[in-house]
Design a protein around this ligand. Structure first.
Ligand code: NI
Length: 147
């Protein structure tokens, strides 16, 4: 994506969003009494950037965490792809738990342990799979540095 050399104070850009997603987003705006979408999007971007700073802070440290993801189990190739990715991280994936949410959706929680960078790579690979509806990595320390 081309970037201007010097960013103007305010930038407008167009975004394509599935109807269902924007309707859910508008309900989110109503509940939080946002006056417009721009304000809410700015907040979400800031929130994510702060989270990313925390993640970078943890980089290189041994951390433990969970990766939670929801996906459509009718996509057989997706199930294979998830397993394939997990097998590339045998040291990191300690255990995983599978829950059949409803006729279409499965929820999985993987308990993961290792370097923060490796865990992020693993979560990023899962998130990037088509058909994964939601993927959230939560990291905490093992407490080793506190003893
Ligand atoms: Ni299932």
């Amino acid at each position: 994506m081309p970037r201007p050399k010097k960013s103007p104070a305010l930038v407008r850009f167009g975004v394509s969003i599935p109807g269902e997603l924007i309707r859910a987003f508008d309900r989110y705006l109503d509940e939080r009494e946002y006056r417009n979408r721009s304000e809410a999007i700015r907040d979400l971007i800031r929130e994510r950037l702060v989270e990313q700073e925390w993640e970078l802070e943890a980089e290189g440290r041994e951390v433990i965490g969970t990766i939670t993801y929801v996906y459509d189990h009718h996509r057989r190739e997706l199930v294979d792809a998830i397993l394939e990715i997990q097998h590339h991280f045998p040291e990191e994936v300690v255990a995983s738990q599978h829950v059949h949410l409803d006729h279409h959706n499965c929820l999985e929680v993987a308990i993961v342990k290792g370097g923060a960078a490796a865990l992020r790579r693993l979560a990023d690979k899962l998130r990037a799979l088509k058909g994964i509806k939601h993927c959230q990595l939560t990291m905490t320390t093992t407490g080793a540095s506190l003893t």
